[in-house]
Design a protein around this ligand. Sequence first.
Ligand SMILES: *Cc1c(COP(=O)(O)O)cnc(C)c1O
Length: 393
Amino acid sequence: MASAVMPTYARAPVTFAKGEGCRLIDTEGRRYLDFGAGIAVCGLGHAHPALIEALTRQANTLWHTSNLYRVEGQEKVAAKLAALSFGDVVFFANSGAESNECSIKLARRYHASRGNPDKWRILAFEGSFHGRTLATLAAAGNPKNLQGFGPVVTGFDHAPYGDLATAEALLGSETAAILVEPIQGEGGIRVPPPDFLKGLRALADRHGALLMFDEVQCGLARSGRLFAHERFGVVPDVMSLAKTLGGGFPVAACVATARAASGMTAGSHASTFGGNLLAMAVASAVLDIVAEPSFLASVARKGETLAGGLDALVNRHPRVFEQRRGVGLMQGLRCAVPQDEAVDRLRDAGLIVVPAQDKVIRLIPPLIVEEPEIDEALLILESVARSMPAKAA
Ligand SMILES: *Cc1c(COP(=O)(O)O)cnc(C)c1O
């Protein structure tokens, strides 16, 4: 029978029925090691007791009231995010795209409210992913994702990722903000050169532009630091979060300094579901766990184990996997063989990974993954690498 679901996804032929920690179980009863975590969403794995507790307790009390009224959970989560970051204030949304949409609107409004309505352009970077709304598609500028959806929202300029000189050349008096992923996810787990983000901070300051980090994928402990930008010693004015924030419950946040958010006054922006009571209950529980210094240290340590194992794999099978990239539990393998085939073979062998651009497969396990599970994943990778017809030398 034809599916009634709009066919916008090329889905793998598998249906998962249950999840436990880092394991997924499909409808046939087969077990998989999940190194995709629902695309870096299930940071605490599947069926984490603290999240089940938080969600069911709230579900038994009150689900939704709207933003016409005060929502205690929002006050609590915003205060936690502000205490943990450079930010002072938070807008809650439901998806990464929406949190970036808030960043973009905030930047334009910041300058407009200071009498500079002509300062509205945003500098962004090639290979980025910021979501699938019309503005966030324009922000990333990926021609494939924009095809047939024209006219493209105007006001976005693009420099190659990591290229400060081109970024500088594109900045002008009309630039309102720079929007960048501190580590690119969908683009293929790309870590920028050491001085890139620092350079962007200096350029933004020189031009009176805001610096806005999209930490939807790299944020919330995935890099081994609570926020990926901490690794680079650079502080932005605005940061978007989503994915891990709800551990699988849809929730997102746009975190900003009071100054950057000064244009966002009552009535300027809104969301019906944003900061819903259920979402806040879960986000609060997620933050309590991922922000613990011992949790962050464990992610960094396990990331090193995974990276070391992947480096050895690349050394042994350079004609299957030609490069490892990434930090913490945000690792990528660039394939010398067809990427889709590698993903399918790994899944058949019991390991779930996620494809990205640039022929990269992402290894983005739940942050609660244990060392033996990392060893198990490396063994599966090794056996699949051996079985793959390698690219001719
Ligand atoms: C996933 C992602 C988004 C989009 O998030 P949605 O929840 O799908 O809208 C935006 N930016 C980055 C860096 C992402 O990884």
